[in-house]
Ligand binder design. Structure first.
Ligand code: PRP
Length: 183
């Protein structure tokens, strides 16, 4: 935490998870996924846009063969609260039929996004489908849904950085931070 205090973005109230802790936990998740999928070639399906940094780091920590694809959805419209309506913005390029899918998400909040994606993708008959989320806010759930792989459980605070945005800004911060209120 102190490591970033000098370069803390002025809109960030505090660092919740620093870069070293993120890297260490992502390496653990990569090792766990590599063990679980030994002998298979899963598709890591990055959910745009928030997952991109996490997905990049996770990929580097996998010791198994894998494919990468992307799916684009949005439910927040740039704001702090989910609109409740999930929109599919970009579909994956590969067929999901018969594949082992790992949905890679930056954060699970209400669960609406992943509920929608699970419904949509299960209809395409993948062999298996699991969720890997960097952050989980279990107290905010509106739909009961669980991820198999969770980086960190966090309290109900509005977080930015390491891929997560507010009105498209702050995705480039190397840490996960709590945004100052009123920003
Ligand atoms: C965010 C985040 C998740 C979703 C989680 O996406 O990346 O996909 O919200 O919230 P939920 O569990 O309440 O559905 P957002 O719609 O902000 O798009 P982005 O990833 O492009 O920033």
């Amino acid at each position: 935490m102190t490591k970033h205090s000098v370069s803390l973005h002025p809109d960030v109230e505090k660092v919740l998870i620093d870069s070293a802790a993120l890297q260490a936990r992502v390496r653990e998740l990569g090792a766990e996924i590599s063990r679980d999928y030994e002998g298979r070639v899963p598709i890591l399906l990055g959910i745009l846009k928030g997952s991109v940094i996490f997905l990049g780091d996770l990929l580097k920590s996998l010791s198994i063969d894998c494919w990468v694809d992307f799916i684009g959805v949005s439910s927040y419209g740039g704001g702090r609260h989910s609109t409740g309506e999930v929109r599919l913005l970009l579909d994956l390029r590969e067929s999901a039929a018969g594949k082992d899918l790992i949905l890679v998400e930056d954060i699970m909040d209400s669960g609406l996004t992943l509920h929608y994606l699970l419904d949509t993708l299960k209809a395409r008959n993948p062999r298996s489908i699991e969720i890997c989320t960097l952050l989980d806010k279990p107290k905010c759930r509106k739909i009961p849904i669980e991820a198999k792989y969770v980086g960190f459980k966090i309290p109900n605070e509005f977080v930015i950085g390491y891929g997560l945005d507010h009105q498209e800004r702050y995705r480039n911060l190397p840490y996960v931070g709590v945004m100052k209120s009123g920003k």
